[in-house]
Design a binder for this molecule. Sequence first.
Ligand code: C2E
Ligand code: CA
Ligand code: CA
Ligand code: CA
Length: 266
Amino acid sequence: TQAKYLHSGVEIYHGGQVERQEALQVETALAKALQRQEFQVYYQPLIDAHSGRAVKIEALLRWKNPTLGMRSPAEFIPILERSGGIVPVGQWVLNEACRAAATHPDLRVAVNLSARQFSQGDLPGTVRQALQASGLPPHRLDLEITESLMMQSPERAATVMGRLKETGARVILDDFGTGYSSLSYLARFPLDGLKIDRSFVNALSETSGQAIIRAIVQLGSTLGLEVVAEGVETPEQHALLKQLGVPLLQGYLFGRPQPQLPDTPG
Ligand code: C2E
Ligand code: CA
Ligand code: CA
Ligand code: CA
């Protein structure tokens, strides 16, 4: 049994070593990815529930490294947040997204923001510059933030948010309902909209799931907030969400993230 124990110990040791090496490889490659032009912005449509037309797009970051391949944002965004690399990368995404949206006559564009971008550098200045350089009308830019971003430093977040709104861009609370106090954030921060988290759309087959969405829609309309549902994958979900009065829908049913804008004229 001792030999077996030792053997398994060695296995575990090797496993950990390989994982650490891979993580280090990812980190090293990520630090050079922007300069090496390995990032790309993909766009996913947000659909008007009634007309079925794309009215907005969400910019989603993609990273493809020649040796490491395509990596998921769920893996590399947290690393960029830790290293601070998300500040220049986020600025690049903002510029790309505004430039792309400005080529279209009326599409709006949503860009995800990280806590680091709030706490470091001049985010409102960066936004203003991206708008000016692209010529995109400010009301066509949405900035998506999360509750965890606001929680880290609520006072700073409120100040930066106020200055962001002075640029004319709008601020949307993403993943609504997943944190612990989403409701209190709606009252405390100058938000323009909320995006109902995918987990609630998944629960639509249960009556309680429908009741939650109905309540969020009502809340949104009382507070004058734009309401979006994300993660719509089936025609049944589409029909229910439309019936529940959710005006904007996003999900694989309508289109996956892709490198081109939806129905670009010409
Ligand atoms: P998110 O902001 O909640 O973005 C929505 C995610 O859900 C995207 O994953 C999108 O591809 C995926 N999705 C869209 N429709 C469906 C659907 O019908 N079903 C399912 N299962 N998934 C769907 P993605 O692109 O992998 O991004 C993951 C997360 O990474 C984003 O979640 C966001 O938090 C972060 N992220 C992506 N791009 C950026 C960026 O430029 N900056 C920052 N700070 N974060 C980003
Ligand atoms: Ca988002
Ligand atoms: Ca989301
Ligand atoms: Ca999310």
